[in-house]
Design a protein around this ligand. Structure first.
Ligand SMILES: CC(C)(COP(=O)(O)OP(=O)(O)OC[C@H]1O[C@@H](n2cnc3c(N)ncnc32)[C@H](O)[C@@H]1OP(=O)(O)O)[C@@H](O)C(=O)NCCC(=O)NCCS
Length: 194
């Protein structure tokens, strides 16, 4: 009888012991960040980076980064403005990068016969982590800048990530159509049972 292998995965804070040397992505910036920039961002407290690994293994299979930012209040959709206090700037957490190791995801897919959905897993983990963080330091929004792959990257299989974020309730700002937001209130509502 065919048995589907059970997936065992862990998401933890990046440390120097983690290994990104084999990380693959259709988006060059996603690969470059985890291999060359994450160390500096974490050690300077510019961003926090969380990595997806298999328990007992330090090879990075996916990651995301979080830092803080503020958004000009007037640039928020009216629907969002109505639910927030009218300060000139609105506090937010920026999910700066999110990436899945393409070859690893493909390997899991072949082994299990189904999508491992690592991107969805990382995005959910980021939202839950943000919810925990805002109990200590308030932040009204989760913000993502959805990077458009270059023509060359698209030819090699990269897809625009905007529809991926839209699927999980993120909406674009009119003034910056590649910047998507979700209110912490909406995230709290969605993950209230956790
Ligand atoms: C974007 C990314 C993180 C998504 O991760 P993933 O593991 O491929 O996505 P999942 O398998 O978890 O997808 C979950 C759902 O979103 C959909 N989806 C994934 N990527 C999508 C995209 N670019 N556009 C539309 N839908 C997408 C999937 O079809 C799936 O839908 P379903 O629930 O109907 O089956 C991953 O493809 C990646 O690392 N891309 C390169 C880097 C990148 O673009 N990062 C974002 C830059 S800001």
């Amino acid at each position: 009888m065919h048995q589907t292998p059970k997936l065992s995965l862990l998401i933890e804070s990046w440390t120097v012991e983690h290994d990104a040397s084999q990380f693959t992505s259709n988006l060059a910036s996603i690969k470059k960040y985890i291999q060359e920039q994450a160390h500096r961002d974490v050690s300077s407290y510019t961003s926090s980076v969380f990595v997806l690994t298999e328990p007992g293994d330090k090879v990075i299979r996916g990651y995301y980064s979080l830092s803080s930012l503020s958004i000009v209040f007037n640039e928020l959709p009216e629907k969002v403005q109505r639910k927030l206090p009218r300060y000139p700037e609105c506090s937010g957490i920026l999910l700066g990068r999110l990436g899945v190791d393409r070859d690893y995801s493909q390997k899991l897919r072949e082994e299990t016969g189904s999508r491992p959905r690592l991107g969805a897993l990382l995005l959910a983990d980021a939202q839950i982590r943000c919810l925990k963080t805002v109990r200590d330091i308030g932040s009204a929004l989760l913000v993502i800048d959805a990077e458009m792959p270059s023509d060359e990257e698209q030819k090699n299989g990269a897809r625009d990530p905007l529809p991926f974020y839209a699927k999980y309730g993120f909406t674009p700002l009119a003034a910056h159509p590649r910047r998507v937001i979700k209110t912490m209130r909406a995230i709290a509502e969605e993950f209230k049972s956790i």
